[in-house]
Design a binder for this molecule. Sequence first.
Ligand code: MG
Length: 229
Amino acid sequence: MAETHLIFDLDDTLYAERDFALGGFRAAVTWARSTLGVQIDVDRMLGLLDDGQLGRLFQTALSEAKPDHTSDDLKEFVRAYGRQTPDIRLFEDAAEALAHWRSRTRFGLITDGHPATQHAKIWALALAPKFDHIIITGALGPDRQFHKPHPRSFEQMQAALGQPGDLFVYVGDNLSKDFVAPNALGWTSILVDRPAHRAQRIHKNTTAPSGGEPHAVVGDLCELQRVLA
Ligand SMILES: [Mg+2]
């Protein structure tokens, strides 16, 4: 009999990525203070994040505090961010949805990022025992080669969990990359956009490329029951 498989993105889909960023900023400014002797404001870094300055955030914050910093200083500053012990928790609706669907379907996780960083989040959220298959795309090859929208992780997930005729559903938050590959594979794609969390979403300003529009939008993961009915 055909089965449904619920595959989730991690960051800003199951927990608030801004909380992870905040913990990392705290670790990075602590490092900068003790090693470089400079004061960097966590709120300044959060402000850059909320402005969508993702790519240049660390460089900007460090340059403001220490214009003559070296490239090694910057590398260590970013590394300190990654060494944090995450203090994060599942969105309430995510915890409820996982509990509801656990006995009804199999779960997969497809998440972009550095394997050590993503593992730390998965550990902090205690997700490993709940999920049947977890793919961190950064572990599939170097240089973000297999990050979404590359289809490799989705093909591997399908091969790991599915049988012919099975329905796969991907739930994510990032319009720019989350839905291209699952759409192309015939999966059902669902964007989660929580109104109360919208202003703090890391990828709130993205748009969908051609073929990357989700089939449905939900305001939280409890609504999956309605969409998948
Ligand atoms: Mg995400």
